[in-house]
Design a protein around this ligand. Sequence first.
Ligand code: UDP
Ligand code: MN
Length: 245
Amino acid sequence: ERILIFLITPTYTRPTQAADMTRLSQTLQLVPDIFWIVVEDAHNRSRSVEDLLRRTNAPYAHLLGPRPPTHLDKRSGRGVSNRLRAFEWLRENYSNTTQKGVIYFADDDNAYDVRIFEEMRSTRIVSMFPVGLISTLGLSTPIVSRKSGKIIGFHDPFIGRRKFAVDMAGFAVNLQFFLNQKKATMPYKVGYEEDYFLKSLGVQIWQLEPKAQNCTQVLVWHTKTKPADQPKLTLMKKVTNYTET
Ligand code: UDP
Ligand code: MN
């Protein structure tokens, strides 16, 4: 029986959106049995995203999950309203089904090695794996006990008050397990989205399944895209002065 990977991708209008989404969609073309849930942080579906999804050779849902006016500030997490909308959609469409699947949060600007998808496909509850390019350490990874082969802690530049100090791209959740956890939700609290979400699933550390060769391989990177530099006015003035003299 086929196990579908439900990829939840929040996206919104920014200069790099077309480049990010094109790269992600073409990565996904290399992966079998994907269901792409793309949720725009907007009040209307954008034509460019719609066209890209039509060109992509995978089943998809194109949804809208705008940030509520109460959560536009910097302390509110990015992409949360989108992911909450995807949760709603999954419950509406897959409750009372026997569909085998895995849920994964795939932000539009990360970089994915296609092998990560085969690693997560066998997730029975929650699986975890390292993520590269996280802040100053350049890495976020579960710590795996050599003796037991189990996850016993986390190595991440930001531990804070987190029980699960992981990045959004560093774990996957079994679909039926998620659907059975009626209280599963994600907070708007920046820095704590992953931790609260995993806590809301009621999962315990001993249940976590390490992937990517016992968390020794980096198969996904938290790359960040930024718009190209703006032309520097002072520099332009210099050039103009030079040509004048
Ligand atoms: N995002 C969004 N609305 C926003 C900001 C971000 O939908 O106002 C999406 C974005 O497209 C990405 C995810 O949320 O898929 C995380 O945002 P971003 O990449 O800017 O955050 P970072 O990687 O810097 O934490
Ligand atoms: Mn990002």
